[in-house]
Design a protein around this ligand. Structure first.
Ligand SMILES: Cc1cc2nc3c(=O)[nH]c(=O)nc-3n(C[C@H](O)[C@H](O)[C@H](O)COP(=O)(O)OP(=O)(O)OC[C@H]3O[C@@H](n4cnc5c(N)ncnc54)[C@H](O)[C@@H]3O)c2cc1C
Length: 551
């Protein structure tokens, strides 16, 4: 019998095992600035979750964050309501959050946002799960009902993780926040596996000796399904997700994920330094963010920020959160703000593409029982056809339902990128007909379609970063950019953070924790310091730094 661990699993490391959640909740606060710095304007570029977390914490420290946003506050946490149905929305970006994302949940808790289980494949929140692979359809409610060859693949995955990546020891070390044990295990895995793709890792393991086993695994994956589009990525990206349970027990934010960034914009922190009670990011920014940043320059000690309105302003520090590729074309950025190795890392950054398509239905008709079989007429669906994943959201029998008719990545996203939303819907409905010949999905649609392809959005050059084999060194250069003591003066005061800088891109937790690194960086840059009893990520950097691989 295995006893449940007394320690909750959190996304603690493994690359940089710092307890951001503890840092945030310590009564000593995040630090103090010298008196003369209070009220100093700091530019924050991007109003996604990382920009809002950075701006919120900088405001609490007594600085004046000046937020620039090219589009909509929320960024990749965007919830689009169906016209005429304000309570029904399409989660266009982030939609499911693991409880192990303890730093993200600090902010979800701060705003008092409710959550509910996310209807992932084989989860209790999904009515049932339908797997369509190679034209053969299986309908199940739990993992235990899967056919034998699927169960063997699940066992093979457990085995390969244990044999080649010491999963149970890693998980135990992460739960216990045992930095030494995490470092000993993870540093070895980084050195061994940085050159290995996800597919290569499987193919070179005896447990996945057959092509069929790899194909099934690519279809059903672990937790959230459909991982074969990740096969070319570095296996380290996958291990980070698995080890920290980022794909387990996920929940959605009731009312939409965008409530989190939007809520931080209008939330008045208790006892902010310098600012009167009731101060919010919105009030400090006169109710609206400034437009897109177009140009970044160094002027003596200052960073000069120019925006789309032509306004130019000097800041003592600037935090930059958008896709780093935007620094190569969209924003005219002075080369001296970053080092040459950092520019190379930006050039090499790799993104996943992703498309989603949503419709509103009259009711959760998928719960209707098929008179012939006695089963639900439809289930959460994983298919190897291009819609890939169909997710079902419901608010009770008498209320409209929301279908994510298709959630796809990379090549499957590319297949539809030139099609408009209505054309995509036709394609998806045609493909689903092959799986559900007797279900007239179209007759239930009362709203939408709402579609998105992130790599086509003007201010986003992809869905999220995904490192390829051999990219660890590039990731390390960008993650550690917030440590600027001792760097040339020209490269100080400009801080990169957000999804691209994170070790767990594609998970908002990484965007939030890198924002907190930038907050520490700004504090340090402006002559502030943390309390000795609550050291920040930079104070503990030497001890926790991600392992350096030889050149
Ligand atoms: C399809 C998809 C599914 C996802 N699913 C999940 C999930 O289920 N769970 C999860 O945890 N995470 C998920 N993620 C990842 C999560 O959405 C991100 O990690 C997080 O939202 C990134 O926040 P950010 O602030 O770093 O970046 P962003 O949200 O991209 O914010 C950057 C902001 O900068 C703005 N901007 C761009 N250029 C400029 C400029 N020149 N000037 C001013 N502003 C500019 C952009 O408009 C944007 O608002 C998903 C992402 C996508 C795309």
């Amino acid at each position: 019998m295995t006893l449940a661990s007394p320690h909750p699993m959190t996304m603690f490391g493994p690359d940089f095992p710092f307890g951001y959640d503890d840092w945030l909740t310590h009564p000593a606060g995040l630090g103090r600035l010298p008196e003369h710095r209070l009220g100093t304007p700091v530019a924050v570029v991007g109003g996604g979750i990382s920009g809002l977390v950075a701006a919120y914490e900088l405001m609490k420290l007594g600085l004046r964050p000046v937020l620039h946003e090219a589009g909509e506050l929320g960024g990749r946490m965007r919830s689009a309501a169906f016209p005429g149905h304000p309570d029904s929305f399409a989660e266009l970006g982030a939609m499911r959050f693991p409880p192990s994302a303890s730093t993200l949940f600090h902010y979800i808790g701060l705003l008092g946002l409710a959550t509910r289980p996310f209807p992932n494949p084989l989860s209790a929140a999904a009515p049932s799960t339908v797997i369509d692979l190679g034209g053969v359809v299986h309908r199940v409610r739990t993992a235990g009902e899967l056919p034998a060859d699927y169960l063997q693949v699940a066992d093979a995955w457990d085995k390969v993780l244990q044999d080649r990546a010491e999963r149970s020891s890693m998980e135990d070390a992460i739960r216990r926040r045992d930095v030494r044990a995490i470092k000993a295990l993870w540093n070895r895995l980084v050195a061994e596996l940085d050159d290995e793709s996800f597919y290569g890792f499987l193919a070179s393991s005896s447990a996945f000796g057959s092509f069929r086993s790899r194909e099934i695994f690519g279809q059903i994956g672990f937790g959230t399904g459909g991982w074969d589009t990740d096969f070319p990525n570095s296996i380290l990206e996958i291990l980070r997700v698995v080890f920290t349970h980022a794909d387990e027990d996920q929940v959605s934010i009731t009312g939409g994920a965008q409530r989190l960034p939007a809520g931080l914009w209008t939330h008045a922190p208790e006892n902010p330094v310098h600012w009167p009670a009731g101060t919010t990011l919105s009030s400090l920014n006169s109710g609206a963010p400034r437009p897109a940043v177009t140009r970044l320059r160094r002027s003596g000690e200052a960073i000069t920020v120019e925006d789309a309105s032509g306004t130019r302003r000097d800041f003592a520090a600037a935090v930059f959160t958008p896709h780093v590729w935007t620094l190569l074309g969209h924003v005219d950025c002075a080369p001296e703000l970053l080092s040459s190795p950092q520019w190379t890392a930006i050039e090499r950054t790799h993104y996943m593409g992703s498309s989603k398509l949503f419709v509103l239905t009259d009711r959760p008709f998928w719960r209707d029982l098929d008179p012939a079989t006695g089963r639900d007429v439809m289930g959460m669906t994983l298919t190897d056809r291009s819609p890939r994943g169909v997710y079902l959201f419901e608010d009770g029998p008498g209320r409209p339902g929301v279908m994510c008719l298709s959630y796809s990545w990379n090549d499957d996203s590319a297949k539809v990128r030139t099609l408009g939303a209505a054309q995509r819907m036709d394609v998806v409905l045609r493909q689903l007909k092959a799986i559900y010949p007797d279900v007239d999905i179209a007759s239930h649609i009362i709203g939408g379609p709402i579609g998105i392809t992130w790599e086509h959005e003007p201010h986003f050059l992809g869905a999220f970063r995904a490192s390829l084999p051999g990219h660890y060194r590039y990731q390390r250069r960008l993650f550690t950019q917030f440590m600027q003591r001792g760097e040339p003066r020209a490269q100080r005061g400009f801080f990169l953070c957000g999804d691209d800088i994170s070790w767990t891109a594609g998970f908002a937790e990484g965007a939030v924790t890198t924002a907190l690194n930038a907050v520490w960086g700004v504090l340090d840059h402006l002559g502030g310091a943390t309390a000795p009893e609550n050291p920040g990520p930079g104070d503990r950097f030497a001890e926790l730094a991600p392992v350096e691989l030889p050149r």
